[in-house]
Structure formats: structure tokens, C-alpha cells
Design a protein around this ligand. Structure first.
Ligand code: ZN
Length: 189
């Protein structure tokens, strides 16, 4: 079991088109397990392999994380073969900490994929599961949720993101100063 380091926008790996998985090995099974563990740890409901630097077509999802892992699923080489309707949902992304935005999606999707044992999966998803699958599958094609916004919305969201990133950076610098000076000497800074 291992927690994997997350990749944050604008890391170039988030722009890459991921390759199909052609062989299922113990390493694939280990990655599925580690991605699920990382997803729960980061309090996400979905994670795509490129978000942990792996440029392959694998996602993990659990849209009911309070059910103790019962709703956990992983999809290998997923494909949307059909879709119906439209919906809008306020999405966030582990690769964009602090940012949410309303994104237009298909309402329901018909998905085909494989699991780590090579079993074929074929199912319809709607609601939050459908939205989450579309968000994570976008990552496999180098698309992030801000790419689904209008140019103006995207500009505003990225400006806010830059502000949050700057704050995080300053917080980290404060932490470094505190760790050097010690917490009792915080008033000196
Ligand atoms: Zn995401």
C-alpha cells in the first residue's frame, strides 16, 4: 500500500493523451490499489492515472466514499459508447486544489471497459457517477475540467487558481520559516 504523489495543474502530464493498457500485470493491480488509497486519502471521488504521473488509461471512482469502499470501481481502457441528455454540475479536481466550476456534461453514459482481471464491463451510469466518469475519462485524453468552460469562465477560474497557488506557496514558506525558527519564536517573523 502506498500513497502516490498528486500532479497539479499546469503540470505537462495533465495535457497528455494516455496510452491503452495492453497487459494486465501485478503492477496494474498494485497501481489500482494505490490509486484508490490515494483517492480516499485526498478525499476525492475519482482519480485518473495521469494525476499520479502514469500516462495510461486507468481511472478509479467511488461516488459513495462513506460506504466503506462498497462503491469503489476501477475502469481500464474505458470507452463511452453512447450517451443521453445534458446536465450541469459543480465540479472540482484534485489537480486544481481550491477550485470549483459549473461544467456541462452528458446526463447519462453507456460505458465499456475492463477490470484488472480482464473482465469486460458494460454498464449505464447516470447522476454523479456519470459526471465523475466523464471528468476522469477527460483526464485520459489530456483534458481538464477548465477546458470544458467558456474562454471567459476559464480565464476567471485560472486567475483564482493562480491566486490560491500563490497563497499556498506563501503558507509553505511561512511553515519553513517556522520550522527553522521553532513555533515559540513565531512572533519574531
Ligand atoms: Zn480531475
Amino acid at each position: 500500500m502506498a500513497l502516490l504523489p498528486l500532479v497539479f495543474y499546469p503540470d505537462a502530464v495533465l495535457k497528455k493523451r494516455c496510452a491503452d493498457i495492453t497487459q494486465l500485470t501485478q503492477a496494474t493491480a498494485d497501481l489500482v490499489r494505490d490509486m484508490a488509497e490515494t483517492m480516499y486519502h485526498e478525499r476525492g471521488i475519482g482519480l485518473a492515472a495521469p494525476q499520479v504521473t502514469q500516462v495510461i488509461r486507468l481511472i478509479t471512482i467511488d461516488v459513495e466514499p462513506d460506504q466503506g469502499g462498497k462503491a469503489l470501481m476501477h475502469l481500464i481502457n474505458p470507452v463511452i459508447v453512447d450517451h443521453h441528455g445534458k446536465t450541469v454540475y459543480e465540479e472540482g479536481c484534485l489537480s486544481f486544489p481550491g477550485i470549483v466550476a459549473d461544467v456541462k456534461r452528458k446526463d447519462s453514459v453507456h460505458v465499456q471497459a475492463y477490470d484488472v482481471n480482464g473482465k469486460e464491463l458494460d454498464f449505464e451510469a447516470d447522476g454523479l457517477l456519470s459526471i465523475c466518469i466523464q471528468h476522469e475519462m477527460d483526464h485520459l485524453n489530456g483534458i481538464t475540467f477548465v477546458d470544458r468552460l467558456t474562454p471567459l469562465q476559464k480565464k476567471l477560474v485560472l486567475k483564482e487558481y493562480a491566486r490560491i497557488r500563490q497563497e499556498m506557496k506563501e503558507d509553505r514558506q511561512d511553515d519553513i520559516v517556522k520550522s527553522i525558527l521553532g513555533p515559540d519564536r513565531e512572533h519574531l517573523s
